[in-house]
Write a protein that binds this ligand. Structure first.
Ligand SMILES: Nc1ncnc2c1ncn2[C@@H]1O[C@H](COP(=O)(O)OP(=O)(O)O)[C@@H](O)[C@H]1O
Ligand SMILES: [Mg+2]
Length: 347
């Protein structure tokens, strides 16, 4: 009698243990028989976002139709079937899951055990890797194509100039053609800049020198546009470690944007100051500003609102600043102006 009791207790304990394993499992476990669910563990309820268990429901109703899979009818089969599917949650949203289906004898009858795992994170990672691969392949292709385009362009431009010089007719057509060729050239150059493996020279530079060089470059155009570039630099600014041509490229892109948005003239303010462990550079314009819903698109490739824009300037600028462990941000008030802030770490 005593041994029977001991045996019974042992059985109870092990039954309890196994039940715990299934009930506390973070993966969903359910058993299906003839298309209907006859057992579901608590994790299934969480995955589906339901209050009650799903016993009695049809498997085909809770897995997205396009991804329904064949369920085993033969319990002697040892094969298991793994698939990626989506399950429909209580609020109607689709959750990416992995299912493992295996034939099972449940209370002496043929059934299918289905394990369900939430693979949202894995899917996001896969998507991310896919996207980066696509981008880098696209970048390499674009650089190759851009390079090939540049030489024929030079030829076309030269002969257009020649043709124009030999005739008195259609001069305006030649001008349009040449300015369009110039535009292609600009796009190609920006692309090449983005992809070409440059020999970088990282050195310590006084940012004010770089800014002054850029202003010198752009000032003639600014004066023609009736614009004034006003600077306000703090004293005793530390030098920053950077690739000077790249930082100048960023400054040109940003100041040119400011100039392009102030067709009626006005002032462009450039301030530089120290802010904790960063150098803070702000370029402010008095242009038409950027509506809030458009701010988020700044820096996306090919995002431009200009007839002759490339939509690459800010993307390249952001890339460069991030490579320097800095940040690029925008603030804007419609009809008042825009301010672009660059933070660069002081090493
Ligand atoms: N200072 C600014 N004021 C208003 N809009 C701006 C400013 N700078 C950039 N933008 C907006 O961001 C877009 C993208 O700029 P950018 O990447 O330099 O490309 P592009 O100048 O060729 O259009 C511009 O077309 C414009 O709509
Ligand atoms: Mg631009």
């Amino acid at each position: 009698m005593a041994s029977f009791l001991a045996h019974y207790i042992e059985l109870e304990t092990s039954e309890h243990l196994y039940r715990q394993l299934v009930e506390k499992s973070p993966d969903g476990i359910m058993v299906e028989k003839d298309g209907e669910l006859i057992y579901t563990n608590p994790a299934i309820r969480d995955l589906y976002g339901r209050e009650t268990n799903l016993i009695g429901e049809k498997v085909t109703d809770i897995v997205l139709p396009s991804e329904k899979s064949h369920l085993y009818k033969d319990s002697t089969a040892v094969k298991q079937n793994t698939a990626e599917k989506k399950l429909i949650q209580a609020d109607g949203s689709a959750l990416p899951i992995e299912t493992i289906e295996k034939p099972l004898l449940y209370k002496g009858e043929q059934a299918t055990q289905i394990m369900i795992r939430d693979i949202t994170y894995r899917k996001q990672m896969e998507e991310f890797i896919n996207q980066s691969e696509k981008l880098s392949v696209a970048g390499q292709l674009a650089a190759g194509v851009a390079h090939e385009i540049r030489n024929p362009l030079t030829g076309i431009k030269g002969f257009l100039q020649l043709l124009k010089a030999t005739t008195n007719e259609h001069h305006s057509y030649y001008d349009v053609m040449m300015s369009e060729v110039e535009r292609i050239n600009e796009i190609v150059n920006e692309f090449l800049y983005l992809a070409k493996p440059e020999v970088y020279k990282i050195e310590k530079h006084d940012i004010l020198d770089l800014i002054n060089e850029v202003i010198m470059l752009l000032n003639t155009q600014a004066i023609l546009n009736n614009q004034q570039i006003v600077t306000n630099f703090s004293l005793d600014l530390p030098k920053i470690t950077c690739e000077s041509n790249q930082i100048k490229q960023v400054l040109i892109n940003i100041i040119k944007n400011a100039m392009e948005v102030m067709s009626e003239g006005g002032e462009i303010y450039i301030t530089v100051e120290k802010s904790e462990h960063n150098l803070k550079l702000i370029v402010c314009d008095e242009g038409k500003g950027i509506p809030k819903e458009r701010l988020v698109h700044l820096g996306e490739p090919f995002y431009t609102t200009k007839e002759k824009g490339t939509g690459l300037g800010l993307m390249i600028s952001r890339k460069i600043i991030e490579e320097h462990s800095g940040t690029l941000s925008f603030a804007s008030v419609v009809n008042k102006g825009t301010s672009v802030t660059i933070l660069l770490p002081i090493h």
